[in-house]
Design a protein around this ligand. Structure first.
Ligand SMILES: [Zn+2]
Length: 156
């Protein structure tokens, strides 16, 4: 059997064609034409400086994503809360994931509405009457201004 190579425009024997990798049959271009095609798999080799620079840019890109910002917000709140000794030691991984989800949620709503949303502690961590805990069941997502104007007073 002969087959027409539509690259070099020649009719060649079947044996001059490679088999397709994705499904049965022969490739559209002959062996010679396939060999001539430049490989796209090889990446240009970077110098250590270029690699450093590209890693720096990748990190910068990642730091600007809302996922990263949510993580950062969760981390900062966690640190603040820890300072106030409001984070119980018995919190499980699930609790911590739940807390992180509140911050991710706030970041996502902020991005969607274009207004700053915060994770608020329903019972303030440093309230006048009582001190709340930095735990998932003491959390709610609310608008930034509301969070501040609450002024650490316990609502009844
Ligand atoms: Zn060919």
């Amino acid at each position: 059997m002969a087959k027409f190579c539509n690259k070099c425009q020649q009719t060649l024997e079947d044996s001059s064609f490679n088999k397709r990798a994705d499904r049965p049959g022969l490739r559209a271009h002959c062996r010679k034409c396939c060999a001539k095609r430049p490989s796209r798999r090889k990446k240009p080799i970077m110098t250590p400086e270029q690699r450093k620079e590209s890693q720096r840019l990748a990190r910068k890109r990642y730091n600007e994503t809302k996922e990263r910002k949510a993580k950062q917000a969760a981390y900062e709140a966690h640190r603040r809360a820890a300072k106030l000794k409001a984070t119980p030691k018995w919190l499980t991984e699930t609790h911590l994931a739940h807390i992180a989800a509140y911050y991710e949620c706030a970041a996502a709503i902020s991005a969607y509405l274009g207004t700053q949303m915060d994770v608020d502690h329903i019972v303030p961590l440093k309230g006048k009457e009582v001190c709340g805990l930095h735990v998932p069941w003491n959390m709610q997502v609310m608008q930034h201004i509301g969070n501040v104007s609450k002024n650490n007073k316990l609502e009844s």
